[in-house]
Design a protein around this ligand. Sequence first.
Ligand code: B12
Ligand code: SF4
Length: 481
Amino acid sequence: MRKGEINVSKILFVEPPRNYWFVMGEYLPPPTTLIILAAYIERELPDIDIEVLDCQAERLSWRGLEKYIESSNPSMVLTSGFTCNAYSCARTAEIAKLVNEDIITVVGGIHFSSIPEESLIDFPEIDYIVRGEGELTVVDLIKTLNNDRKTMSVKGLSFKNNGNIIHTSSRPLIQNLDKLPYPAYHLIEDNIKHYHFSMMAGKKTRYMVLEGARGCDHRCTFCTQWHHWGGRWRSKSIKRIADEIEHLNETYGGVFIWLADDHFKINLRGKNLYRELKHRKCKEDIMLFLQARTDDVAKNPDLVKKLREIGTYWIMCGVETPAKEILKEFKKGTKNQDAYNAMKLLRKNDVFSHAMFVTGARRDTYESIEKLRQFSIDIEPDFSIYTALTPFPGTIYYETAKKNGWIEDTNYSNYDMAHAIMPTETLTRKEVQQELWKCYQKFYGSYSKNIAGVFSKNKLKRTLYRHMAGQHVLRTFRRLI
Ligand code: B12
Ligand code: SF4
């Protein structure tokens, strides 16, 4: 950590150079986390000069980032990323220190919050880890440094002090998410026109991410989200969500709007969101993407129809697996019938149905994964994504896997759900990887199905099958074996 007098007057948020997730095709996401934090700092500390550098949008390499930091001369560099991005965050901090060792480096997010001790040891270039919810802690940190007070008093922080690692106590969560400002898209205005998701909405459709809620009240053993957000589900008010959608659409031309909420809760919010949006002009223009549980979709046919009317054109559901004992081990709490009903209902209402599956659970065998493949075909989603069970730090699965020595691959860049990280009781890691490839091969490898998809009347299906029939995804999975 830097010595001497500290004055944080200029801060630089960095979205580092990163690879995209090949399964979903080509896209450029806005640096959502960074602009959410930047907006809060801008409001609370108006004297601080804030910049957001998106290396992806500006096509900057690591060398380009270094040059940028040199010319910008910030006193603090902040970045964020989840597990598969851990090294790109560390490299950003390293580059900042190379340019000027007095630059204070700060990271946050699920990964670093879950394993702060290990991260501070492995990446000495990181000065501070903000654990959990970031807004209040980062503002407190900047104020504390500027007032020459001890960071020991800042809740939700981990850092090194004289060779010891300090974790201050956790910070209570924000009670009312409506009090947060709108994300600072104005700080990345020149890049807005570039944000897109080719496969999901087309290259020319403007893509933005909106956070309607944080956390989840379920307890799935493979998921990081509930733990990261204190085991609670907190939502912005429906009016605020609708206002924010309208703001993104009318002020910045956002059309494809991805709701970041891990659990949308159609039952609780569907009706009110419909009421709030149905009279607004923006509903004609927007394409909403939601993530919902299969049981929530299946139980609410009328609301699915209503959500479609206000622009919800794509819903992703975690089906995970048809194996009852594995679903139980995941503590998922959904049933196979929910998956059938949910997919059927989405199709009926012309909502693109997207199912996520998990292979490689401890009890998975050749037979159970073959059943999963068949099940994924039987429930007829428009789009199926198969993943390898990944022991993300911060999950129950990670703790169990670590204790039992199941984790064979400790390279976090591979924690992208496409790489098999662990063997099962009966399959080696290589065999899990092979089984995963077979899932894609079975669903997307059929010549006749691909031809039908490429010429489908449904535009989304045509785009998707053009991507999948291009065989890039299949070939990449094949190479991972
Ligand atoms: C939108 C999204 C995407 C988009 C766009 C990502 C983007 N750059 O905007 C796309 C589709 C591209 C994507 C891809 C992937 N994603 Co994604 N994605 C999300 C989603 C739904 C929302 C992200 C978001 O904007 N959150 C809102 C922000 C505000 O939350 P936050 O980042 O946690 O930040 C808060 C705090 O954590 C903290 N904080 C975070 N960082 C920092 C940094 C500093 C300096 C400070 C002070 C504080 C701080 O403060 C913030 C405000 O309180 C999340 C789930 C979620 N709800 O977060 C999954 C999620 C992050 N994705 C995930 C995964 C696994 C992936 C993929 C690997 C594959 C996949 N299956 O989707 C790829 C990887 C792509 C890549 N190579 O980077 C996992 C990560 C799990 C993990 N532990 O690593 C998540 C959590 C989904 C899940 N339920 O498991 N994703
Ligand atoms: S997988 Fe979904 S339902 Fe389960 S804890 Fe995570 S967000 Fe909640």
